[in-house]
Design a protein around this ligand. Structure first.
Ligand SMILES: C[S@@+](CC[C@H](N)C(=O)[O-])C[C@H]1O[C@@H](n2cnc3c(N)ncnc32)[C@H](O)[C@@H]1O
Length: 168
């Protein structure tokens, strides 16, 4: 009975996430690392946000490069995994939160998003609002999908880099 309850809870959480963003599929570590080195060069000056941080793989890659890394994740099981896998790393923080409902920190310099195609425009709007509120430029790395009608500053086969400048 307990196992059945746990199973139903997991299915419910996974099903709910689909309405709020991408389901859990981890980035390929090799290509994600390349995007943090070659597409946008992450350093200790950065505060990287992963919107939908999964098991925290991107957060740990960013922290390895000296950046502070904050992840927002809807699935409590993945938040727990991320916290376990990143334990003892003072640069990594994982929060149980819906990132659409969360104001990103003003010190954010770069956002990583492995999202679904239908959310790309909404994501671009959120990035523009964040840059304008923070009054400094913010970079966005997307994986898998580009933003319609917006030319990336750089791209590889699977990652795209965009710059959002603050508006007055
Ligand atoms: C495609 S996975 C990417 C995981 C990780 N960023 C990576 O690149 O390996 C997308 C993740 O976003 C989470 N997610 C979807 N919608 C979300 C939302 N609105 N707020 C926070 N997390 C969300 C999912 O639970 C899933 O773990």
């Amino acid at each position: 009975m307990i196992l059945l309850t746990i199973f139903v809870c997991i299915v419910f959480v996974l099903g709910f996430v689909v309405f709020r963003g991408a389901p859990y599929v981890p980035s390929m570590k090799k290509y994600a690392a390349q995007s943090l080195d070659e597409l946008y060069h992450v350093t200790k000056k950065d505060v990287l946000i992963d919107v939908g941080s999964g098991d925290g793989v991107i957060l740990r890659l960013a922290a390895e490069r000296g950046a502070r890394a904050i992840g927002y994740e809807l699935n409590p099981i993945l938040v727990l995994m991320s916290k376990l896998l990143s334990r003892g790393n003072p640069l990594v923080e994982t929060k149980l939160a819906d990132f659409w409902l969360t104001a990103l920190p003003a010190e954010t310099t770069v956002v990583y998003a492995f999202s679904v195609g239908r959310d790309m425009k909404k994501l671009a709007n959120k990035m523009q609002q964040t840059a304008t509120r923070a009054q400094h430029p913010i970079w966005l790395i997307t994986y898998g999908h580009s933003i319609p009608k917006l030319k990336p500053n750089k791209s590889t086969n699977s990652h795209y880099l965009y710059l959002f400048e603050p508006k007055q």
